[in-house]
Write a protein that binds this ligand. Sequence first.
Ligand SMILES: Nc1nc2c(c(=O)[nH]1)N[C@H]1C(S)=C(S)[C@@H](COP(=O)(O)O)O[C@H]1N2
Ligand SMILES: [Mo]
Length: 405
Amino acid sequence: MATRRSFMIGATLAAPALLRKAVAAEGLGLDPHLPAGTLSEAALEALPGKVPLIKLSYRPPNYETPLRYFNDLFTPNDAFFVRYHLSDIPEVDPNTWGLTIGGDAAAKPFELTLDALKRDFAPIEIAALCQCAGNRRGLFDPHVPGVEWGYGAMGNARWKGVRLKDILERANLAKETIEISFQGTDGPAFDKTPHFVKSIPIWKALDPDTLVAYEMNGQALPHFNGAPARIVVPGWAGTYWMKHVTRITARSTPEDNFWMKAAYRIPTGKFPLVQRFLSQETVASTPITEMVVNSVITAPAAGDAVRMGSTLTVKGVAWDGGYGITSVEVSTDEGQSWARATLGPDVGRYSFRPWTFQVRATSKGPLTLMARASNAIGQTQTSALIQNPAGYHHNLMHRVSVTVA
Ligand SMILES: Nc1nc2c(c(=O)[nH]1)N[C@H]1C(S)=C(S)[C@@H](COP(=O)(O)O)O[C@H]1N2
Ligand SMILES: [Mo]
């Protein structure tokens, strides 16, 4: 099996000269509540293979998707957001790529080529939203440190691959297995930051919807979204969706690294979440698990002009951790009254659920739209932000103001 270095084509992240010219920041539609530094520094810029996205940092690359792309149920691959923690991101050659399955709890460790992965296991395709737990961090009030995302650290796609459970079955797992951990090929460029390694509890790894995916929306995964294969954990925050995965480790002890012990954790019991990652939980904090119920308004855009007397079609998407969206309501009077939006097609419980709402513009001046999603277990978006030090799980109701003239 290839060593870490030998299956890389060699190029690390492209030098700035290879980027298409940065486009002027105006027209980015950034929320004015983002930190001042983000508002002045963010720019539209295209990574190789991508359309211009909102660049928040270049090393490591953190690029978010402009809100209007979520008018489509599935986010185009070339507009799908990009999130990395470390700057050395080799392009992986799919022909020499290999996946190693091992660990102290795997009685029969083995290795897979990409061909074997596709040939030896039944393919399955699932529609699911990949969202960074820190999506909308930049809208926390007061601001918290971290990548200051607006609304676009998420994307909805059809993921094709094989069940992680089918792969694990071949490794003859010990009954003591408590976590399955994942490692990719990217690493630190200069410093001593530990490699990005994440684990999930064994019960989530064996969930038939948890995948090792090699296609996204009918195409091979783009480099920046994890080529040639990534982990897909439907319903759970993006942090577990390991890109360029090369090693799957079955563990009889909890993974003990910075990325599990210090990052992507929330205060224990503070959020209305159901799924718990008990082998990593302490009295003070617990790992992020499923996404909270949420929605955005994708049209009209903030600041649009609307003709007096016309009927405006309000559009958006809603999602949760996989319990299922049951309603979206819209308010045009600052939340005093709410009316039900019409839900669009249900393509799976982990996917965006589109919705529409018609409203007549009956008085001149500003018109503020608000949206609120609810799910099948009775959860609704919050109207008071749940504070937490790293700015995760922002699900305040989205507001968009237009002008009726
Ligand atoms: N190899 C690798 N995989 C990774 C990460 C990373 O830094 N390296 N970041 C994770 C996080 S925090 C998120 S939110 C998602 C983002 O997926 P995307 O870049 O395809 O949009 O990838 C996850 N997988
Ligand atoms: Mo993330």
